[in-house]
Write a new protein. Structure first.
Length: 187
């Protein structure tokens, strides 16, 4: 207390009122979250997520790794992670990349489905998926292939990348979600 008294000076008190910047606070909080190790973050997230999700901590740790860069608060995690536990609802108008036609989206999703179907279950991981699908983007267009794939998997414009989503969801769930997207387009 004596130290505070000695350091205080009326000449250093500002005349304007203090401003509280919630955006800056959330940014700082996001930086803190990103620096946390995933196990510690999982412990802190337990009160923000459904109890059913806690049955598979390995899966949650993978999801945390992918979603942590998009989190500014612990409460955000539930909405970000929901895509891994529930098949998302979305409008088929979200599937096309820019001005792509529904026919092109349908063709591209079917092509990706066939490529994914060929991948053995043991090879279904991010790096291998990139090795198989990225060469197709050089021929058919990056946005034209990856955008509809991301939307089919997440139901969102902004989400983790399609390779991260596929790695976490697994082959069966990925094929199921692509098939649902194809059905949406077909009406």
């Amino acid at each position: 207390l004596n130290e505070l008294i000695n350091e205080f000076s009326l000449e250093r008190v500002q005349k304007g009122g203090a401003a509280f910047n919630i955006t800056k606070l959330e940014w700082f909080n996001g930086q803190y979250i990103q620096r946390m190790d995933n196990e510690n973050l999982l412990e802190r997230l337990k009160e923000f997520i459904p109890k059913a999700w806690l049955k598979n901590s390995d899966l949650l740790l993978k999801i945390i790794e992918v979603e942590k860069p998009r989190m500014n608060t612990l409460a955000m995690f539930k909405e970000l992670a929901k895509v891994f536990f529930e098949i998302p609802e979305y409008d088929k108008k979200l599937l096309p990349w820019k001005d792509s036609s529904q026919d092109l989206v349908l063709k591209n999703l079917k092509m990706i489905r066939e490529e994914i179907f060929k991948i053995p279950e043991g090879d279904f991981e991010k790096k291998r998926l990139e090795q198989i699908i990225m060469p197709l983007t050089e021929v058919w267009g990056r946005g034209e292939l990856l955008w509809p794939l991301r939307v089919a998997l997440s139901g969102r414009e902004a989400s983790a990348g399609p390779f991260e989503l596929m790695d976490i969801l697994g082959k069966d769930e990925v094929l199921k979600r692509i098939e649902l997207a194809i059905e949406k387009i077909n009406g």
